[in-house]
Each structure stands twice: as C-alpha cells, then as structure tokens.
Ligand binder design. Structure first.
Ligand code: AMP
Length: 316
C-alpha cells in the first residue's frame, strides 16, 4: 500500500503498484525502487507524456530547484532523483560528511512542483555491487581539472547517471553550469551510450555575495562562509582583467585573491569553453571558461565563469 501525506504519494519499496487515475500534476509521487519507477515511467509513456530529469545528490537549494523549474517549462513530467552516489566520492570522509536532508528536500520539491521523486537504495542503483562497474572512455576530459584532482570521480558520475538514465529514459536531462566539466562528461556519456536525450544546461545560481550555491556550503562555519566569496571575486577579477595575450599574470592575480581569502587552491585554469583545452593565452575572440577548485577549511568548492561575459551562456 501507499500512504498519502500532505499531497505526497509514497510508493513502497517493493511494490510496482501504481495509483489508479493519478493526476500527476497535482501531487508528488515518491518512488523508492527501480521496479516501481519503471512501472510508473511505462504508464507515463503510454499516456504520451514527455519527461524531464534532474539527477541530484539532495541537500537541495534554489540552484537545484531552478533546474526543476526549467524542466517543468519544457516537459509534461519532472522526475528528480536524490542519491548520494558512493562511487563518485574519491574521499570517503567527504562522502560521510555530505549533507543529507531528505525530509526538507521532499518539502522543497513538492513546493517546486516536482511530479516524481526517485529515492533509490544503493543496491537498486548497483544491483551487482560496485566492484565491477563499467568503465567509460572519457579520454582527455578525465585527465584535467576535476578528473586530475579527483581520480575516478567522473567514472562514478557516469556509472550513476548511466543507470539513472536507463531507468528514467527522459527526453531531456537538466544539469547545472556550476559543474561545467561534469556537463561535458555527461554529454560524452550520452554519445557513448547512444542516448537521444537532450541536455539542457542551466545557469549557476549564486548567493547575494556571489558564492555559487552548493550543498557543501552548509559545512562552512561563519568565518569560512564570509571568506568563501573570494572564489567569485577571483573569477570576477579574471573577467575584468581579461585582454588578448598571455593569461599568466591574470591567473597569478586571481591566485593571490584566493590566498588572501585563505583558500587553498587545487587549480585555477582558463580553458577553451567548447573543448576544455587549457589556454596559456587568449586571442580576444575565443569563448573561454575560467575554472577554480579550492579548499575553504575542509570543504572543497568549485566554480566557473564563461568569458568574455557577453558569451555567458554554456555552449550547448
Ligand atoms: P548535485 O546535487 O550537487 O549533484 O547537483 C545536482 C545538479 O544541480 C547538477 O547538475 C548541478 O550542476 C546542479 N547545481 C548545483 N549547484 C547549482 C547552482 N548553484 N546553480 C545551478 N545548478 C546547480
């Protein structure tokens, strides 16, 4: 049986049973097993519905919800998944400390008009365990930036998204520009797996002081939180100083700003926005992206900015 609570419909773990004559726009269905999800998706497809999919790791904030809103505009049904994927954490401590706020997430998604929330247990995502998962040929993309500093991270991202895409079979996949390299990796994943889903990249939502919204921000103490705006200041510095020629001095200046804010940077790089080839100089025309990863205390933050600013949309 399922229970209805404040307009939310819970489907139990093992039952693929679906409510009869469900009006999906009127409340949110919470599905806790892949079997139940597939039954639901089949019904939606029979009814000719289009599906937009927003994969997340929960601890939702307005950045996540903006993806849901975009998905709502373009699809009949919005499916959101919350799954803190163990295989993409190269640091076990980071996995353990990753914020988990499921009750609040349910409330926020319901309010945002999400139709279906998929909350799978780990063995539903990885039914044969995690020891022998597929390997994806990501090539150059996996050798730089996040790929270089977080070995195995993008394999983990592909493993979970591949599985979720197989279950949800969406028409459109919604991703945030905040994870710029991840967007490119997932574009590659869809081409490797022959998926016809369209990728929609949504702009980064920021706090009033420019800090990119992130689930990890809640782990910053108040001193760290006020310093954390330094990452955005470094990106804005790059934007305002950008001119044709060598990028070395600009990167040095941005690095200086980061260390003044007590950040410990992993990298600060400027890359071709389409290929992520790292750039030592700029020709004044090319669309580029400045990318930063840096630790504030124990918390690793990433952010990016597409430049010059009049090119500010992600190259879909
Ligand atoms: P996560 O839960 O961190 O895996 O993120 C789920 C999705 O939300 C990813 O596609 C992220 O890029 C996106 N996202 C995270 N933070 C933001 C933000 N501040 N603005 C827009 N999208 C975001």
């Amino acid at each position: 049986m399922y229970k209805v609570r404040k307009g939310t419909l819970f489907l139990p773990n093992l039952s693929p049973m679906l409510p009869v004559n469900t009006t999906f726009a009127s409340f949110m269905v919470i599905v806790r097993s892949s079997e139940a999800l597939q039954t639901l998706i089949k019904k939606l497809r029979r009814d000719g519905k289009t599906i937009g999919f927003v994969p997340t790791m929960g601890a939702l904030h307005p950045g996540h919800l903006s993806l849901v809103k975009n998905a709502q505009k373009q699809n009949d049904i919005v499916v959101v998944s919350i799954f803190v994927n163990p295989t993409q954490f190269n640091d076990p401590k980071d996995f353990k400390l990753y914020p988990r706020t499921t009750e609040q997430d349910i409330y926020l998604l319901e309010k945002a008009g999400c139709n279906t929330l998929f909350l799978p247990p780990t063995d539903d995502i990885y039914p044969v365990g995690t020891a022998q998962l597929p390997h994806y040929e990501l090539g150059y993309l996996e050798t730089i930036l996040e790929g270089k500093y977080r070995p195995g991270h993008f394999q983990g991202v592909c493993q979970v998204v591949d599985r979720l895409m197989t279950l949800v079979t969406p028409d459109r996949l919604y991703l945030g520009q905040k994870d710029y390299q991840q967007c490119m990796v997932l574009k590659k994943l869809l081409s490797l797996t022959g998926s016809s889903a369209q990728i929609e990249i949504c702009p980064t939502l920021r706090e009033a002081d420019g800090l990119a919204m992130s689930s990890r921000n809640v782990r910053l103490d108040s001193r760290e939180r006020s310093l954390a705006t330094g990452i955005f200041r470094a990106l804005t510095f790059i934007s305002s100083e950008l001119q044709p020629g060598s990028l070395a001095a600009i990167k040095e200046g941005a690095l200086q700003l980061l260390s003044e804010s007590h950040f410990r940077p992993d990298y600060i790089e400027i890359a071709d926005a389409g290929t992520l080839q790292l750039q030592a100089a700029w020709d004044g025309k090319k669309k580029i992206v400045a990318l930063i990863a840096a630790f504030m205390g124990e918390v690793r933050l990433i952010d990016n900015m597409i430049l010059p600013l009049n090119f500010a949309n992600y190259a879909n």
